[in-house]
Design a protein around this ligand. Structure first.
Ligand code: AMP
Ligand code: GLY
Length: 425
C-alpha cells in the first residue's frame, strides 16, 4: 500500500511511525512534513490546507490511502474532495468535522441530545457578551471563539476587565479572524481533564487508551495556553468506572447524535473531558487525533493501524479487536524560546543522530533540515517520548533524553506527569 499523510507536526510523525510498522505498507509520503519526518516518509512541499494540491499529489504518487490529520483541512472538506476523486481516506468529511469547526454547533448538539457539558450562551455582539457577563457577575468565566483558533481561542477571565479585554481581542480585533464573529460564554467547570481519542466508523465507537495533556506553557499550569506541552498515558483519573459512564452518557450518544443530524462521523473523534464533581462533562470535541496525545497513545497500540483504518472505511469496526500495551507512555515537548508567542527559527538542534536518540522516540513537530543540519522550524519543536512499565519509569526516560538534546532557548516543562503521579499515590 502507498499511504499519504497530510500535516506536519508531532502527531503526523507519530501516525507515520505507526503506519510504517504495518506489513501492508511499502511507501509513505507526507505533505508538507518536516525535517524529522523526512527520515520516515518522503516529504512533498504541498501545504496541509491546499486541497487541490493534495488531490494532485495523491494522484501523482498513486496513493491507496490518504490520512488527513489536522483540523483545518478536515473542516475545509479535504476528505470530501479526495473521496470525490475516488481515493480512500482516513478522517471525517466536512459535514462531520464541524463538530470541532464550530463551538456553537457542538454546544447546540450536546444540548439537543442531552450530552453532559458546561452550561452556555451564544453571542454575536461584544456589547451583549459584556452585558451578560456583567449581570451574571461570576468569575472565572469561560469565553470561546466559535471557530478554529489553533487551540488558543479560549479565555478564562478572572474579572470583568479581563473579560472586556478578551472580548475586544476576539470579536473586534479579530485575533483569530472570522472564528471570533460569534462566541460561546460558558460555565467554569472544575476537575481533572482527560483526553480520550476514539475510533469510530459511525456505527460503533472504540475508545483508545486515555491520556492527560498539559496545555499551559509553564510549570504548575501557569502561563499561556499552548497546543500542549506534554502528555502521559494512561490518565489515572480515567478509571474503569469513569470510562463506563463516558461510554454510556457521552461517546455513544455523540455518535448517535451525529447520525441523527445526517453528519455521520468516521475517523478519530477526540473527547476533551473534565471529570467534575457532577460526573464527566465534555469540554471540547476535536475531529482528529490530538497533538501531543497521539504521541503517547499510538506507541501503545498493538493492532495494525491500517487494519483499523480499513475497518472504519468498510464500517466493520465492531468486528475488530483492538489491542493495547499495558505500558505507560510519556511525551515531553521541547519548544522554542518564546512559544506560544513569537519565537526564532533556524536554530541548530544538537544531540540527535538522524533525528533520533537511543531509548526514546523523538517525534518531530517543528524541525527542518538546512545545509545538512537539523534546525528548529516551529513553536513546538520535538516530542521526546518513552514507554515504561509505569508513568514514573517512562518519565525518567523522557527527561533523561531531554537533558541530552539541546538548542538555544529551548523551553520545556519540568512537571509533565506530576499530577498523574500524585493521583496514583
Ligand atoms: P478547549 O480549547 O475548549 O479545550 O479549552 C482549552 C482549555 O480551557 C481546556 O483544556 C480547559 O483547561 C479550559 N476550559 C475550557 N472550557 C472550560 C470550562 N467550561 N471550565 C473550565 N475550564 C475550561
Ligand atoms: N492537545 C490538544 C489538541 O490536540 O487539541
Amino acid at each position: 500500500m502507498r499511504v499519504l499523510v497530510v500535516g506536519s507536526g508531532g502527531r503526523e510523525h507519530a501516525l507515520i511511525k505507526k503506519i510504517k510498522q504495518s506489513p501492508k505498507v511499502d511507501y509513505i509520503a507526507c505533505c508538507p512534513g518536516n525535517g524529522g519526518i523526512s527520515y520516515d516518509a518522503e516529504c512533498f512541499n504541498v501545504g496541509a490546507t491546499d486541497i487541490e494540491g493534495v488531490v494532485a499529489l495523491a494522484k501523482e504518487i498513486s496513493a491507496d490511502l490518504v490520512v488527513v490529520a489536522p483540523d483545518d483541512p478536515l473542516v475545509l472538506g479535504m476528505v470530501n474532495a479526495l473521496e470525490a476523486e475516488g481515493f480512500k481516506t482516513f478522517g471525517p468529511r466536512a459535514e462531520a468535522a464541524i463538530i470541532e469547526g464550530s463551538k456553537v454547533f457542538s454546544k447546540n448538539l450536546m444540548l439537543k441530545y442531552n450530552i453532559p457539558t458546561a452550561e452556555y450562551k451564544v453571542f454575536e455582539s461584544p456589547a451583549d457578551v459584556i452585558g451578560y457577563i456583567k449581570d451574571k457577575n461570576e468569575f472565572p468565566t469561560v469565553i470561546k471563539a466559535d471557530g478554529l483558533a489553533l487551540g488558543k481561542g479560549v479565555i478564562i477571565p478572572e474579572s470583568l476587565e479581563e473579560a472586556e479585554a478578551g472580548v475586544r481581542e476576539i470579536m473586534e480585533d479579530k485575533i483569530f479572524g472570522e472564528s471570533g464573529s460569534r462566541v460561546v460564554v460558558e460555565e467554569f467547570l472544575t476537575g481533572p481533564e482527560v483526553s480520550v481519542l476514539a475510533f469510530t466508523d459511525g456505527k460503533c465507537v472504540k475508545p483508545m487508551v486515555s491520556s492527560m495533556d498539559h496545555k499551559r506553557a509553564l510549570d504548575g499550569d501557569k502561563g499561556l495556553n499552548t497546543g500542549g506541552m506534554g502528555t502521559v498515558s494512561p490518565n489515572p483519573y480515567y478509571t474503569d468506572e469513569v470510562a463506563a459512564e463516558c461510554m454510556e452518557k457521552i461517546f455513544i450518544p455523540t455518535i448517535n447524535a451525529m447520525n441523527s443530524e445526517g453528519r455521520t462521523f468516521k475517523g478519530c473523534l477526540y473527547f476533551g473531558l473534565m471529570i467534575t464533581p457532577k460526573g464527566p462533562k465534555v469540554i471540547e470535541y476535536n475531529c482528529r487525533f490530538g497533538d501531543p496525545e497521539t504521541q503517547v497513545v499510538l506507541p501503545r497500540l498493538k493492532t495494525d493501524i491500517i487494519d483499523i483504518f480499513e475497518a472504519i472505511n468498510n464500517e466493520t469496526l465492531s468486528d475488530l479487536d483492538i489491542e493495547w500495551s499495558d505500558e505507560a507512555c510519556t511525551c515531553v515537548i521541547m519548544a522554542s524560546g518564546g512559544y506560544p508567542k513569537s519565537y526564532p527559527k533556524g536554530i541548530e538542534i544538537k544531540g540527535l543522530t538522524d533525528g533520533q536518540l537511543d531509548g526514546v522516540t523523538v517525534y518531530h513537530a517543528g524541525t527542518a533540515i538546512k545545509d545538512g543540519k537539523l534546525v528548529t522550524a516551529g513553536g513546538r519543536v520535538l516530542g521526546v517520548t518513552a514507554l515504561g512499565s509505569d508513568i514514573k519509569e517512562a518519565l525518567a526516560k523522557s527527561y533523561k533524553a531531554v537533558e541530552a538534546i539541546s538548542f538555544e532557548g529551548a523551553h520545556f516543562r519540568k512537571d509533565i506527569g506530576r499530577r498523574a503521579l500524585e493521583a496514583l499515590k
